[in-house]
Design a protein. Structure first.
Length: 163
């Protein structure tokens, strides 16, 4: 499968920000990987409605426009586009990808996954591996953010180098 064109989070956020109605979000965030562009925006905290109703209303009222914008982005960036919203301390993702990932694990790693399955923490090795990845992200989130920033700086310096 060919590699999609290079795209940073900031570039994707700028592309979407220029195409979204101004009244949708107070803050826009894009997270890009080689399979998907995840767009999340912050909604103003509801005063007269529940958070669940606010999210449902936004999702339904913007669906047609979000689909049209996503189709343009998918053709341009060769990735699926997914959406979500944040409000207060809650983030709700709409339909988004679950991508299979192949990996080779040694006995010790397989044993760890099998223990999680046997204990009922996970339904399968795949589920257990996803659980482990989420656990690392939760506990090492700041470190991972620093690592991502360092990678972006390296990419910027590399792009300035000789062609």
């Amino acid at each position: 499968m060919p590699t999609p064109p290079e795209l940073t989070n900031d570039e994707a956020a700028a592309w979407f920000d220029s195409r979204l109605p101004d009244d949708w979000f107070t803050n826009l965030r894009a997270v890009v990987d080689r399979d998907e562009i995840l767009i999340t925006g912050t909604l103003d905290k509801p005063t007269d409605t529940s958070l669940e109703q606010l999210v449902d209303d936004f999702r339904e009222q913007t669906r047609e426009q979000r689909v049209a914008i996503a189709q343009k982005a998918e053709a341009t960036f060769e990735r699926k586009v997914s959406w979500g919203v944040s409000c207060a301390d809650t983030t709700v993702l709409f339909t988004h990808l679950a991508v299979p990932v192949m990996t080779r694990l040694r006995s010790r790693e397989r044993h760890t996954l099998d223990t999680l399955v046997a204990a009922g923490v996970a339904r399968s090795r795949s589920d257990a591996l996803g659980w482990c990845v989420r656990l690392v992200a939760d506990h090492e989130g700041d470190w991972l953010d620093e690592l991502r920033e360092a990678i972006e700086k390296v990419e910027t310096v590399r792009a300035k180098g000789p062609q």
